[in-house]
Design a protein around this ligand. Structure first.
Ligand code: FE
Length: 243
């Protein structure tokens, strides 16, 4: 049996006076050896134990609460914001509004931060937004070459691939190749523009409104808009193609 980071974290968790969940306590019982002859499904047993990052977060939270540095209710509010209140559905509403309201679209392209705030979205990681428009001649792709800057108020937290070294490097070196791997093939006539998001300025792509969506309502249009289309790695599919 080896001492893993998980064991150390669990020790820290317990020492900090955290409420150890019964499953976690069971998984970490001192007599729980790792011989594989003890009759239960080890795979399921391991799945019941939270991941290392989850354990680390719990340990940190417990220490901070125990020291009186943070309030649990404040943490719950933050978690609720990122789990349920933000995400790509916010961005989709922005895009759908721009598709149905030309005046809104003009405001969005000239002052994205203010136009996005009209719909109630803004704040941390979205303080200065720029929206770039896809057209039949221009396709925009967003990356953060330095790290993972991303417009949280309209897209939520970035997907793993957005943070990967491969995406960050290759989007600049070979954007058409990257797009192709995402299933987006562009003709040679289409200009590709790559935008490097930073801590100061974050980009959102206004995808082309798909053909065949003329009769759809704003809400129905919003339902078509995907996260990937707002990062620029995909197009928005026509409604019939999604049926
Ligand atoms: Fe970044």
């Amino acid at each position: 049996m080896t001492t893993t980071r998980r064991d150390l974290l669990t020790t820290a968790l317990t020492a900090a006076g955290a409420a150890v969940t019964p499953r976690l306590a069971e998984g970490q019982a001192p007599d729980h050896d790792h011989d594989h002859d003890h009759g239960h499904d080890h795979g399921a047993d391991h799945q019941a134990v939270p991941s290392d990052p989850a354990l680390r977060a719990k340990a940190l939270e417990s220490v901070l609460v125990a020291k009186g540095l943070v309030d649990r209710a404040a943490l719950d509010a933050v978690v609720d914001y990122y789990e349920r209140q933000t995400g790509p559905r916010n961005g989709a509403r922005v895009i759908a509004r721009a598709w149905v309201d030309p005046a809104y679209k003009r405001r969005l392209l000239s002052n994205a931060t203010a136009a996005i705030a009209e719909l109630g979205y803004g704040g941390a990681e979205g303080e200065q937004m720029v929206v770039v428009e896809n057209t039949p001649r221009v396709h925009n792709l967003v990356v953060c070459t330095l790290c993972s800057c991303y417009p949280w108020p309209v897209l939520g937290l970035p997907p793993v691939w957005y943070k990967s070294a491969a995406y960050r490097a290759r989007s600049v070196i070979d954007p058409r190749g990257v797009l192709k791997e995402f299933g987006t093939e562009l003709s040679g006539e289409v200009e590709v523009r790559v935008w490097d998001s930073t801590a100061e300025v974050r980009y959102l792509v206004l995808p082309e409104r798909p053909a065949g969506s003329e009769a759809l309502s704003e809400d129905e249009l919003a339902a078509l808009v995907t996260r990937d289309s707002m990062v620029g790695v995909a197009r928005v599919s026509a409604p019939e193609a999604r049926a």
